[in-house]
Design a protein. Structure first.
Length: 329
């Protein structure tokens, strides 16, 4: 009680002339979000497996956990010795069929000349033409079969299904896999924050609401802001699940927990920029304009209430009234 007269005396004794270029601000109560702190986890939009298209042995694995990948990037190589043996066998058969086709072409050319001179009957020409067609068709069939095996060998490359980061390796070099077995799991690049909010806040939570994250969570000085993208209709274990989009989550670990402030309703508050408040001897003061002079008035500081339009917002619990003219120190 003895401090109140002293504070009043200090306020009365602090009358000063107002500088001509002093910046002023009119105190106006405003609606602010009644923020509640909850925890959220960084999660990928979806986690997709990179699968092998053929069976065999993993001969090469070029990524590890945490590596960024691009869509279509080769991340592993599966080898199958049977395919190499089949390819060698087909190469030998193609060489034999090529020789038969060459011989059939020679026989057809020779028979055609003899038939034109009348030495051989025309039926011989038809027989050699048929033999030539059979040889050429057999050669084309084996060549196509070799292309199929060659394509199977090329499908031994395991490609990244989408842009993102490798979460987990499921095999090692030398592992035997079957067609369709997953090799690694990839988290898609666009990360989201998954919030789990107590169900008593379900009525206040809706898509489009803004959320606030302490900049210290990102190693920055200022706060970061996001927007709730989706509120799931099912309550799990007494909590409402929602997804929020926050720029700059691409470098986070999937599953990392962050503290997030969400709106739990609206209330009236007096919020001013923190730069209008000065502290002397442990007491907070603001300067009020009264006519052509200004006076320092003690106020009770509340908690910080930053917003996108007022990053240094500070709540004042007492000491100010609506319409007061503040002067920046």
């Amino acid at each position: 009680m003895r401090r109140l007269p002293l504070l009043s005396l200090i306020a009365v004794m602090s009358w000063q002339s107002l500088p001509a270029n002093a910046e002023t601000l009119t105190v106006t109560p405003r609606q602010v979000a009644d923020e509640k702190a909850v925890f959220a986890t960084v999660e990928s939009v979806s986690v997709v497996p990179a699968r092998g298209r053929i069976g065999g042995t993993v001969a090469q694995l070029s990524v590890r956990e945490g590596d960024p990948v691009k869509r279509g990037q080769p991340i592993a190589l599966i080898g199958d010795e049977k395919l190499a043996l089949q390819l060698k066998s087909l190469d030998a058969q193609i060489e034999a069929l090529q020789a038969q086709a060459n011989q059939a072409q020679i026989d057809f050319t020779r028979t055609e000349g003899l038939v034109e001179r009348g030495t051989l009957p025309r039926v011989k020409l038809d027989e050699t033409r048929t033999a030539l067609n059979v040889a050429e068709n057999g050669l084309r069939a084996k060549t196509a079969e070799r292309a199929v095996v060659n394509q199977q060998m090329s499908e031994g490359q395991v490609l990244a299904p989408d842009d993102g980061r490798v979460l987990k390796k499921l095999v090692v070099v030398g592992s035997v896999v079957l067609p369709g077995d997953p090799v690694v799991t990839v988290a898609q690049q666009n990360f989201k924050l998954r919030l789990r909010v107590p169900e008593r806040h379900a009525l206040f939570l809706k898509a489009g609401d803004k959320i606030r994250i302490d900049g210290a969570e990102f190693g920055e000085t200022g706060d970061k802001w996001g927007v709730i993208d989706l509120v799931y209709p099912q309550i799990e274990e007494g909590r409402v699940v929602a997804d929020a989009i926050v720029p700059g989550l691409g470098q986070y670990y999937v599953g990392d927990r962050l503290r997030v402030w969400i709106s739990g309703g609206q209330r009236d508050a007096t919020v001013i920029p923190a730069r209008y408040v000065t502290t002397r001897f442990g007491i907070d003061y603001v300067r009020l304009q009264q006519g052509s002079q200004q006076v320092s008035v003690p106020v009770q500081r509340g908690r910080a209430l930053p917003s996108p339009e007022l990053p240094d917002g500070l709540e004042i619990l007492s000491g100010l009234r609506a319409g007061d003219q503040l002067v920046q120190p």
